[in-house]
Design a protein around this ligand. Structure first.
Ligand code: HEM
Length: 134
């Protein structure tokens, strides 16, 4: 399977072969820069241009390319696409953690206030009772 992606500035285009990672079933893409092959392509540059910026797996396979064409294609390979998700979810976890800690601190602060207030209140009640008896 293959994928075509358009190269920046329209100077040429990239072609990617997609493979399935057997264990995780994650598609992997190989990227091919065929900028210099546009005019030489026996199928014409128009079909190549029409297959840029998207997964061109089916188009490439449907053209019935020969073994030598596939070997030639490998000479244009420039790398793989990184499909790893961005680290944004981790950032969200970091923003949530301080919120939880802040809430816990607030709860703790309430408890610290409750103990002295209770002690003072009980002392006042005992003091008043003691003062009335006298
Ligand atoms: C790096 C990428 C590519 C290379 C190196 C390549 C190379 C070739 C070669 C050498 C041929 C001559 C026939 C053969 O040997 O099989 C050919 C024919 C052809 N190619 Fe490609 N090709 C590429 C990508 C594509 C793509 C993405 C498409 C379709 C969107 C395409 C469509 C065609 C068609 C329709 C022909 C047949 C032309 C005819 O018989 O008149 N090719 N290609």
């Amino acid at each position: 399977m293959s994928l075509l992606a358009y190269k920046n500035l329209g100077l040429g285009y990239l072609r990617c072969l997609r493979h399935m990672n057997n264990n995780l079933e994650i598609p992997e893409y190989e990227v091919y820069d065929v900028s210099t092959y546009l005019e030489e392509h026996p199928g014409g540059d128009d079909v190549l241009l029409g297959a840029t910026g998207k997964d061109a797996t089916d188009e490439f396979e449907d053209a019935g390319h020969s073994k030598s064409a596939r070997e030639l294609m490998e000479t244009f390979c420039i790398g793989e696409l990184d499909l790893a998700p961005p680290a944004i979810p981790e950032l969200e976890i970091y923003t949530k953690q301080p919120t939880d800690i802040t809430q816990k601190l607030k709860d703790l602060r309430k408890q610290y206030w409750a103990v002295p207030v209770a002690v003072v209140g009980i002392s006042v009640v005992i003091g008043v009772l003691y003062w009335r008896r006298r």
